[in-house]
Design a protein around this ligand. Structure first.
Ligand code: C2E
Ligand code: CA
Ligand code: CA
Ligand code: CA
Length: 277
């Protein structure tokens, strides 16, 4: 019972699912939250599927509202995109994630760090240099940084977007195509973009065992990734059965509740111990 309570507490603390869903926060409150540092990051582990090695984490932003509890990023990120606050949030997440990576490195853990970047922010040709400057100032290793972008973004302002991704890639960042299979980009666009990693959306992983279509889409995504020199990463792995299917399909890496939930940085070390045990 104590164990269950601990689990539930953790869940309530770090999972946005438990947030009050109506009457969510306003833009003013979000601006205030950024100023008052009410945003923070949690980190979800990514492991190799062949040998369960911990290779990196994805940084996920959280907002703890003083009275309303946790506000989900699926709610406030789109809001921030519409109201120009996304730049400030991205600055915060990038710096925080890179700093955390540095802390882990000094502790002897050279972790890859994946950071989500909204397509709305990738519309400025100076951005790659700005991010690079930030990374250098913080003494981070660019080759251990991955920028996750969504496929949907490929349809708007395409030439500029591709140019920015190419510049980031040239500077040494990994580029990951997030939520693969849910957007509308053409195969040609996908192949021309400098992606190093393809993330199969959790909508397919969730149904991989029961639904032939999801299974086939996952399988083809993995083949496609490998054919074009990308790593395939499955997100949202919730069961051992899903893990086993992905293993059989040759998926390189996995992420999901079955492996580890998004957690505050100080919990990573003990998670690694239990995962490796
Ligand atoms: P995403 O990039 O696709 O991130 C994965 C989401 O799936 C995360 O939700 C994660 O907590 C959740 N997840 C991970 N494993 C499982 C699982 O096994 N089962 C289920 N059901 N869910 C799982 P989260 O943290 O609520 O983030 C939602 C979305 O908000 C992200 O989707 C991303 O698009 C956006 N987001 C989060 N953090 C940031 C950020 O720092 N910047 C930007 N621009 N967007 C962010
Ligand atoms: Ca992501
Ligand atoms: Ca995703
Ligand atoms: Ca998503």
């Amino acid at each position: 019972a104590k164990e269950l309570e601990d689990v539930l507490n953790k869940y309530i603390k770090y999972s946005p699912i438990f947030a009050v869903n109506n009457d969510l926060a306003s833009v003013e409150e979000l601006a205030q939250a950024i100023k008052e540092k009410a945003l923070f990051l949690v980190y979800q582990p990514q492991v190799t599927i062949s040998d369960r090695e911990v290779v990196g984490v994805e940084a996920l932003v959280r907002w703890k509202h003083p009275t309303k509890g946790m506000i989900p990023p699926d709610y406030f990120i789109p809001m921030a995109e519409e109201n120009g606050l996304i730049a400030a949030i991205t600055m915060f997440t990038t710096k925080t994630a890179i700093r955390q990576q540095g802390i882990w490195r000094t502790q002897g853990r050279n972790m890859r760090m994946s950071i989500n970047m909204s397509p709305k922010i990738l519309d400025d040709l100076d951005l790659p240099s700005k991010i690079e400057a930030c990374v250098k100032a913080l003494g981070a290793d660019i080759s251990k940084l991955v920028i996750e972008v969504t496929e949907t973004a490929l349809t708007t302002n395409l030439a500029l977007y591709m140019d920015i991704l190419a510049r980031l890639r040239m500077k040494g960042f990994g580029i990951s195509i997030d939520d693969f299979g849910t957007g509308y980009s053409s195969l040609q666009q996908l192949i021309r973009a400098p992606f190093t990693e393809l993330k199969i959306d959790r909508a397919f992983i969730r149904n991989i065992k029961t639904d032939k279509e999801s299974y086939t889409i996952s399988k083809i995504s993995i083949m496609l990734a490998h054919e074009f020199g990308m790593k395939a990463v499955a997100e949202g792995i919730e069961t051992e059965a899903e893990w086993n299917i992905l293993k059989q399909l040759g998926c390189d890496e996995g992420q999901g509740y079955w492996i580890g939930r998004p957690m505050p940085p100080e919990e990573i070390e003990s998670w690694i111990k239990s995962w490796s045990a």
